[in-house]
Design a protein around this ligand. Structure first.
Ligand code: HEC
Ligand code: HEC
Length: 435
């Protein structure tokens, strides 16, 4: 930039001086005597023509300034204007005017649909149903059997779920905590609300295995406690239906949210809530691109607030992990290869392994490596440390150069950050089954 202005002035000043000299000569020597102007008149005319020159000079300067930018930095100056061709393959650098990611804490309340407003009685009824094994065909399973709220942070800790009569399902049981913030439920996003979702497992032959909605309704209707509670919540004249059972469960599930993670405390202003490693991981989580999909307060673009692309192809890019963890086929059958999967929330993820739709990955660090490779095309290797700075003179922006390659330290840092997404309450209970 400095060089640019100097060059420009070097051309512009002599040009203007020459132009003005020419005008003076012309008016005083040629035009003045010819039109018999007085001295004052001659200078007035000179001034008038001079303005033209000045305006022309300004136009030229602007044109030159525009064409000369960006100005090359001399070879001797160390900070890069832009990384070299080779460096560009290795380094991802933020564009000139970086759109910084804005971090959000989880709201203290989940949004609720207008047609299913919660009341304390409805929530209590939903809670009773959530823990009631009568909703399963053999009376052995409740929602809580596969969604152990405290012992397993809302999942079951198994690779894939175990339904009635010990049947092994094809998919991992995701946590119910914060599901209230998702606009699509299930791994493939096939349910649009908790109300819709809750009817699924009750009738799923591999899960609670009830034969029909009528059978479920009959079981609940038999129980005088439920008769009373449903009458109180939905009105005495309203029959007990599977839809109302699901509505009550959904209202209860909307209370299952965890705005009490260290991350939330940090975003709300407690600067001590994250340790330096977690902060490094947070920066890396953003710079490497995890926030493209795991964004917003619930770390999922499939969350209710502001989601755009709720599902993504996974694995999007081929990696060696695919074979090792059998990632492509869908355990549920149907031969889906490289399916489009709902982006899961990463809240409490450190407590809810094993990971992915097929539950094939035990370690969170492996899940991070897989995501980096399969979703972002990022290599894991002995990368140079990130952190080099570069000054973009054009935008006058100081950017931090981030390595495109994650090294093992980066993976550990991201895992540490993900641990900061664990609710304090759930973390203190984790592992104590049934607690
Ligand atoms: C046999 C174990 C099992 C039982 C019992 C069970 N679930 Fe699930 N739950 C699962 C599995 C497995 C999935 C994922 C299935 C899929 O994606 O296809 C799931 C998914 C969910 C989800 C979606 C979470 C998300 O992030 O998408 C919610 C909510 C949920 N279950 C609530 C319930 C409720 C409410 C009940 C009781 C009515 C229940 N579950 C009973 C295993 C179970
Ligand atoms: C292009 C979108 C996309 C990007 C980018 C992305 N993810 Fe994911 N992530 C997904 C999808 C989709 C799934 C669900 C995959 C499945 O169904 O098995 C997922 C699953 C996960 C899981 C497993 C969650 C669970 O409960 O099993 C973790 C952990 C995770 N991502 C972390 C990350 C990290 C860390 C990054 C950055 C390195 C990242 N993701 C980048 C889309 C993405």
């Amino acid at each position: 930039m400095q060089n640019g202005i100097q060059d420009l002035l070097g051309v512009a000043i002599p040009a203007i001086a020459l132009g003005v000299a020419a005008i003076i000569l012309m008016v005083q020597r040629e035009l003045g005597p010819f039109s018999r102007l007085s001295t004052g008149g001659k200078w007035l005319l000179t001034g008038a023509f001079g303005m033209g020159i000045l305006a022309f000079a300004v136009k030229i300067s602007v044109a030159v300034a525009v064409t000369r930018m960006p100005v090359p930095v001399s070879a001797a100056s160390p900070p890069l204007e832009a990384p070299s061709a080779v460096a560009q393959q290795v380094w991802a650098y933020q564009p000139d005017a970086p759109q910084k990611y804005v971090w959000q804490a989880l709201p203290q309340m989940a949004p609720e649909p207008p047609d299913n407003p919660a009341t304390p009685e409805k929530i209590a009824l939903g809670k009773r149903l959530f823990f009631d094994k009568a909703l399963s065909a053999d009376g052995q399973l409740s929602c809580a059997s596969c969604h152990d709220l405290y012992g397993k942070a809302g999942g079951d800790g198994r690779r894939t779920a175990r339904g009635i009569a010990g049947q092994i399902g094809g998919r991992n049981a995701p946590t119910v905590w914060n599901a209230a913030f998702q606009s699509q439920l299930f791994w493939d996003g096939r349910a649009a609300s908790l109300e819709e979702q809750a009817q699924g497992p009750i009738l799923n032959p591999l899960e609670m295995g009830m034969p029909s909605a009528a059978a479920v309704e009959a079981v609940i209707r038999k129980n005088p406690l439920y008769q009373q509670a449903f009458a109180q919540v939905f009105g005495a004249e309203q029959p007990i239906t599977l839809a109302r059972i699901a509505a009550a469960i959904a209202a209860y599930e909307r209370t299952l949210i965890t705005p009490d993670a260290p991350y939330d405390r940090f975003v709300r202003g407690d600067r001590q809530a994250l340790n330096p490693q977690q902060l490094r991981g947070m920066a890396r989580f953003e710079s490497v691109g995890c926030v493209t999909c795991h964004k917003g307060p619930n770390f999922s673009d499939a969350s209710l607030v502001g989601g755009q692309i709720p599902r993504r192809i996974f694995p999007a890019l081929p990696t060696a992990f695919e074979k090792r963890f059998d990632l492509t086929p869908d355990g549920r059958g149907g031969g889906v290869e490289r399916g489009a999967w709902r982006i899961p929330s990463l809240r409490n993820v450190a407590l809810t392994g094993p990971y992915f739709h097929n539950g094939a990955v035990e370690k969170l660090s492996d899940a991070v490596r897989i995501m980096a490779g399969a979703q972002l095309g990022t290599r894991i290797g002995a990368a140079p440390q990130s952190g080099e700075l570069y000054w973009s003179s054009r935008a006058r922006v100081l950017n931090r150069v981030e390595s495109r390659t994650l090294n093992e330290q980066d993976v550990d840092d991201i895992v540490a950050f993900l641990q900061a997404l664990s609710s304090d309450t759930l973390a203190s209970h984790a592992g104590k089954s049934g607690a």
